[in-house]
Design a protein around this ligand. Structure first.
Ligand SMILES: Cc1cc2nc3c(=O)[nH]c(=O)nc-3n(C[C@H](O)[C@H](O)[C@H](O)COP(=O)(O)O)c2cc1C
Length: 250
């Protein structure tokens, strides 16, 4: 592994911002997406439980529904890749058994030798279950994956927008998550940005309550429209006078 330079990391983080407007015509190259997908697969989680499901939504009709359940935000529609991150709800014995079996398989050891680890898994999750904090604990793991995702995309120069501004029950229903024991927590849209948009909240607070700016914008717009109309009329006159030749594009 070759470490990247400290300024590469800091430059990437300075460059990153939550993108509001994506260029829907620009898709993320498959090789870049493959690297980003790995950040999810390789994300750490408590005791390695990986209590999540990540859904990459491609179907435009499903994206339309998700956008509607996110107050009409356009990112799900315009982005290249839209990922919904869901957390495990009601983690149970089967999850733990699966985790132990997989750990034994990957490490090439017997499950018997993992007794201590098994007790830790069972004790920890049982405590969460009895004090009602288990789902919230698992949800925190999902946000680690979101953080990894955002960081990796920044370094790769991919524009992104993390999203929580949606109705989770609607996302759950659209994606059929409850039947699988999961609930939507956040989402992530990524693509190339159209252009950098200003921070609406900062601009609004800078402008304050007066309507001075609104009036200035209205005056500017009216003047600009008049200039456009004059330009158009001038072009027409020039065509009529034969000063400008007009052809048909082939
Ligand atoms: C978990 C999370 C959820 C967010 N949800 C939304 C969202 O639904 N829509 C949106 O436009 N921005 C969303 N944002 C973006 C934040 O508003 C943005 O990150 C914050 O204002 C800071 O701005 P910056 O990321 O451009 O530096 C979310 C950010 C995070 C981390």
């Amino acid at each position: 592994m070759t470490p990247v330079s400290t300024h590469s990391v800091n430059d990437a983080l300075q460059w990153r911002y939550a993108t509001k407007k994506f260029d829907s015509s620009r898709k993320i190259p498959p090789v870049v997406w493959a690297a980003l997908e790995q950040t999810l697969v390789l994300s750490p989680s408590t005791m390695g439980l990986q209590p999540w499901v990540f859904t990459v939504v491609e179907d435009p009709a499903v994206r339309e529904k998700l956008s509607a359940a996110a107050s009409g935000q356009r990112q799900p529609l315009d982005c290249s890749h839209f990922v919904v991150l869901a957390g495990r709800k009601g983690l149970d014995k089967k999850d733990i058994e699966r985790q132990l079996a997989r750990t034994a398989e990957v490490r090439g050891v017997t499950q018997e030798s993992l007794k201590g680890f098994a007790a830790m898994l069972e004790g920890g999750t049982e405590k969460g279950r009895s004090d009602g904090t288990l789902d919230a604990w698992m949800a925190r793991q999902v946000y680690i994956a979101l953080g990894m995702f955002i960081m990796a995309a920044s370094v790769l120069g991919v524009d992104t927008c993390p999203m929580e501004g949606f109705e989770p029950p609607k996302f759950d229903e659209i994606l059929g998550l409850p039947a699988r024991g999961y609930g939507a927590l956040c989402a992530w849209a990524l693509a190339r940005a159209h252009a950098r948009t200003g921070d609406a909240v900062a601009i609004s607070s800078y402008l304050g309550g007066s309507d001075k700016f609104d009036r200035a914008m209205a005056r500017f717009s009216a003047a600009y429209a008049a200039t456009n109309a004059e330009d158009f009329e001038r072009l027409h006159s020039a065509i009529r006078a034969g000063e400008v030749e007009v052809g048909r594009a082939r």
